[in-house]
Write a protein that binds this ligand. Structure first.
Ligand code: TRP
Length: 337
């Protein structure tokens, strides 16, 4: 029996941070053991919000993100790693699926409404591509006939929509695609250094995976802690402290001690942040070594992405050929001899 297939896409946001790592990347690495994994840097999705990034920065962001993936342990021999736009068949499938996707379904997707609000736009002023975001995501998944999609809670409505589209396609044109299943990953919500709900690059409350150890320390020293603890001797409240929250991931065998010292006012916040920084630096040392090594070999990384695109393309062309056949479209561009 072949392994079930996982597809996952990540928008290219450049260098990843420890929140991305704990929340998604470590899971992607682990899934490789039991699934046939296809991982794409979804650069076309990045264009849906048209946030003024330049073409150079888009390419750069893809590259930086892929370096983090590989450094973190995504193994290109095990998994197919590629850039979405390198397999343009996905855009063809997107167009075809858009014919059977009612606009109402798309306008109701909560992430669409959120994005419109975030962009200070209206449903009428945003690009057509943003409305179709979940259709493109469906195309990503089903082009490779993936049955399992590891996602966080926020993406569940997209997978629901993908299932609806698949059901439509299958009932209209015959059984073609498996209905993809969301595999909810227990995503620890990593709080920002400033205590905001989420670690994020835009809020600049993050620690980059690729940062140098000194830089990591400097950044962590800026973190907010319990705002009511003014002096070292004040008893702290680790349960409201974001630095303590990070200790749980990076210095698990010291958390009990830290909890005690904090609540008893025997260890100060600066000291505590120093321990965290050491823990983060220790945990990321191998990843950082590997990344530095990969940075020295840009051709090697490009070869991995080319090889991934070729592997993905093979599957994509076969699926599209089947789809075009079933829909009564020409397959002349795809037919393989
Ligand atoms: N929408 C996903 C996100 O923002 C990214 C994505 C694009 C994706 N295509 C996908 C995720 C396919 C899983 C499967 O996180």
């Amino acid at each position: 029996m072949s392994k079930p297939r996982v597809f996952s896409g990540m928008r290219p946001s450049g260098k990843l941070h420890i929140g991305n790592w704990l929340g998604a990347l470590t899971n992607m690495v682990e899934l490789q053991a039991s699934y046939d994994c296809i991982y794409a840097a979804v650069d076309v999705h990045a264009l849906t919000t048209d946030d003024g990034g330049s073409p150079e920065s888009l390419r750069e962001n893809v590259n930086e993100m892929v370096l983090d993936w590989l450094a973190a342990g995504i193994d290109p021999k095990e998994s197919t790693v590629f850039v979405q736009s390198a397999v343009p068949e996905v855009m063809v499938l997107h167009t075809l699926l858009s014919m059977m996707t009612p606009l109402g379904w798309l306008l109701r997707v909560p992430t669409f409404k959120d994005k419109v609000r975030q962009m200070d736009a209206t449903e009428e002023s945003v690009g057509y591509g943003l409305v179709g975001y979940p259709v493109l995501m469906t195309s990503d998944i089903i082009l490779y006939k993936a049955d399992t999609v590891p996602v966080g809670e926020d993406q569940v409505p997209h997978i629901e929509l993908a299932r609806e589209i698949v059901r439509r396609f299958n009932s209209r044109y015959g059984d073609t695609f498996p209905e993809p299943q969301a595999k909810l990953t227990e995503v620890p919500l990593v709080v920002g250094l400033d205590g905001q709900a989420k670690m994020s690059k835009t809020l600049d409350n993050h620690v980059e995976l690729a940062a140098a150890p000194e830089e990591t320390k400097k950044k962590i020293l800026t973190a907010f802690t319990d705002p009511e603890r003014l002096r070292k001797s004040d008893p702290g409240r680790p349960w409201v402290c974001n630095v303590y929250a990070l200790h749980k991931y990076f210095t698990p065998d010291q958390t009990d001690e830290i909890y005690e010292q904090c609540t008893q006012g025997t260890r100060g916040c600066v000291d505590c942040k120093g321990i965290l920084a050491d823990g983060v630096n220790a945990r990321l040392a191998d990843l950082r070594d590997k990344r530095r090594d990969l940075e020295k070999h840009p051709d090697y990384v490009q070869d991995i992405l080319l090889d991934g695109a070729n592997r993905a393309k093979e599957i994509a062309r076969a699926t599209l050929e089947e789809v075009q056949e079933k829909m009564g479209l020409s397959r002349a561009n795809l037919e393989r001899k």
